[in-house]
Design a protein around this ligand. Structure first.
Ligand SMILES: NC(=O)c1ccc[n+]([C@@H]2O[C@H](COP(=O)([O-])OP(=O)(O)OC[C@H]3O[C@@H](n4cnc5c(N)ncnc54)[C@H](OP(=O)(O)O)[C@@H]3O)[C@@H](O)[C@H]2O)c1
Length: 339
């Protein structure tokens, strides 16, 4: 932890394949002071997300790529430590795109304003990045608004032991659905069934994963919450029912390659599957209400939140690869400083 300098990870080169520490420069700047209308935030927790890899690339994407030489973009939670702004007071806990650094300067020119969190939170700060943060909101809107699950229907979610997937499955259960998670390895599969209450799991790393999928979806699939893409998406689509829904949340299996995603998309036509890509920010105007509902579910134990916490900002570039190697359970967070 650093109180005297502002360590910043600046993007040095666009990764080829897996992210490498050499793709970044770690620079030390003086701790910033706030200009007129600005506030300085001490970053406490950094959210690591598959989209970090997208932002590092110059592929066509939903936000501008991070420029070479710029501080790496990343979501986070911090505390206001100095302020010349009416919007922020010292001691406020805030959340926003604070970047891979120790301190962030918030101000009126922020493209996406940093938000002030309520003084009393029903859950811990890491959970405010996970089940009760953008992660939970992604699961909430993707499943409920786009997936339109009905009681008794079969919902399948890939990357089911990850941040978004673990919440999707639990919300689907709250809605009375039969819930199937696809995850890598027997431990993750056991966890989603025994701890999170999924009805069944498919271990996609097992040689017989296609047979497993068939066995646990005897009535086909009504909602596929897609997080992975590639072969898994193709196999799930092949089992989708007439007029089923497929919220397309992510395609992590392709993020480390420049290859376009290929597959058999004929079920979309033949079974009239409603495929809808989305970014959580599409639902920004409904965040407050949904966050309240997610926080209530977590606080009352209806949804279990899980975080994998890595200590130290200096470890962010290596830790982010955990997402691509399946080394996280639930939400992956870096702890930058003590609260
Ligand atoms: N649209 C949006 O607004 C939005 C917002 C947030 C996230 N997302 C997307 O949602 C997905 C999940 O994100 P998350 O933040 O919740 O991450 P996460 O699921 O916590 O972590 C990624 C997980 O993906 C699995 N995975 C990685 N590479 C894989 C591969 N090649 N094949 C199969 N599984 C693989 C790993 O689990 P296993 O151990 O099971 O392999 C890993 O733990 C990503 O595609 C992400 O881009 C979209």
């Amino acid at each position: 932890m650093s109180n005297n300098v502002n360590r910043q990870f600046r993007l040095k080169s666009r990764p080829v394949g897996k992210i490498k520490t050499t793709d970044f420069d770690l620079v030390e700047e003086p701790v910033p002071t706030p200009g007129p209308g600005e506030a300085v935030i001490r970053n406490l927790y950094l959210s690591l997300d598959p989209t970090n890899r997208i932002w590092m690339s110059d592929m066509d994407q939903y936000m501008p790529p991070v420029e070479i030489g710029a501080v790496m973009r990343g979501g986070g939670i911090g505390k206001v430590v100095a302020s010349n702004s009416d919007a922020y007071k010292v001691g406020d806990t805030v959340s926003g795109l604070l970047g891979w650094q120790d301190y962030y300067v918030a101000g009126p020119n922020d493209e996406i304003p940093v938000g002030v969190l309520p003084a009393e939170l029903p859950v811990g700060l890491p959970t405010m990045l996970g089940a009760c943060g953008l992660t939970g909101l992604t699961a909430y809107f993707g499943l409920l608004e786009l997936g339109q699950p009905k009681a008794g229907e079969t919902v399948v979610v890939s990357a089911a032991a990850g941040a978004v997937g673990s919440v999707v499955g639990q919300i689907a259960k709250l809605n009375g659905c039969r819930t199937v998670g696809i995850a890598g390895g027997p431990e993750k599969c056991k966890w989603i069934v025994e701890e999170l209450g999924f009805d069944a799991a498919v271990d996609y790393k097992a040689p017989d994963w296609r047979e497993q999928l068939e066995a646990v979806t005897p009535d086909g699939i009504d909602v596929n919450f897609e997080n992975v893409g590639g072969e898994i998406m193709e196999a799930v689509m092949a089992r989708m029912n007439l007029f089923s829904r497929m919220p397309l949340c992510g395609m992590i299996s392709g993020y480390n390659t420049d290859e376009p995603m290929r597959g058999d998309f004929s079920p979309i036509l033949m079974r009239r599957i409603n495929v809808r890509g989305f970014i959580v920010t599409d639902f920004m105007e409904k965040y407050a209400e949904a966050t309240m509902e997610l926080a209530t579910w977590v606080a009352t134990g209806k949804i279990k939140s899980q975080e994998t916490i890595v200590e130290g900002l200096e470890n962010a570039p290596t830790a982010v690869n955990k997402l691509f190697e399946g080394e996280n359970l639930g939400k992956l967070v870096v702890k930058i400083a003590d609260e």
